[in-house]
Design a protein around this ligand. Sequence first.
Ligand code: CAA
Length: 380
Amino acid sequence: MEFSLTEEHLMIRDAARDFAQTELFPGVIERDEKQEFPKELVRKMGDLGFMGIMVDPKYGGSGMDTISYVLIMEELSKIDASASVIVSVNNSLVCYGLEKYGTEAQKEKYLTKLATGEFVGAFCLSEPEAGSDATSQKTTAIDMGDHYIVNGTKNWITNGGRSDVYLVIAQTDREKGHRGINAFIVEKGMPGFDIGPKENKLGIRGSDTHTLQFNDVKVPKENRIGEDGFGFKFAMKTLSGGRIGIAAQALGIASGAYELALKYSKERKAFGTEICNHQAIAFKLADMVTEIEAARMLVMKAAWDKDQDNNYDFSSAMAKLYASKVAMEQTVEAVQIHGGNGFVKEYHVERLMRDAKITQIYEGTSEIQKIVISRTVLKD
Ligand code: CAA
């Protein structure tokens, strides 16, 4: 068993930390307030290789491992979880899905641009009546021979108004249940594909979340991913990796809040001493750092499983379940340690607390992670 990071991992982590502090930190409060998508910063993250972290360099990616992905996600999320979810969706739901299951032509046409940040990608599974119950897709894709006609609505789509490439899950044969679902590549601007209203959100307000409408969208057959009927398994396999990214995001939100609370507790005085000298605060810090370290172990284990080609459905579900719980609970504690200042935007912890909540919801709610975990342990 090896708990230490390599020299290369440490360099990657430091580069991400430096970028987060020098580029993401200025303006993070304003972007949150105005719900402003960090377009220029996405371009810079592309230049640094953060938009295609695990993609093979022959397709324009950085060729790094999942541990590196987690380290980058943690550092970005400490400062700006809106920026990190753009990275996470592009990397693990879009680039990974295309690289693992796409054709050579699809990789040439789309992956090469997504991995460099020239394109941004979105993953479109959720619908008004199919969020957790992902097999109940109402969006249809009718096989017309050389193309499909897609109709339906997708909800809460991250990068929804800012993407060039959309991976869309749709039902092609209702009789076949989940085996009648397919995944398609839909391009921005295809006739009949409209971007609906932007959501006004509690957290990750700098990320761009939309409803999407598909009205008789003609999608060429070569844009289907995998064999006919592979769409549901494509979504499940892709989401397993996505959950490692969101777990790392939750870890970053929690550790960012902890670092702020630790610093504040050494500066703020009450009853004649710095508040960290009061056991009420010192014990909170002890609990926070312990919980965060436990979450880190689960997140790293899931990343390691993926890098070893082990099955990671179970470990990614546990990592996301636990890290998102830690993010929610420890950001509340960070606000509490800050007292009145915790309720004020300039101290950042209130934003981290709002951002934490989504990690318990997207890419499978905590309840869905418990379904995955419990089914695994009950299987044998
Ligand atoms: N890998 C491969 N195959 C899998 C799989 C996996 N991880 N999980 C399930 N499958 C297969 C099953 O083996 C089964 O296939 P067979 O019948 O051939 O054996 C098939 O898929 C159906 O599986 P289930 O019977 O388990 O399906 P279910 O209806 O009970 O649902 C579920 C299972 C785990 C609850 C699933 O629906 C699920 O994960 N739901 C949550 C969806 C989700 O995460 N939504 C988030 C939206 S995306 C998002 O948030 C993106 C964003 O923008 C940030």
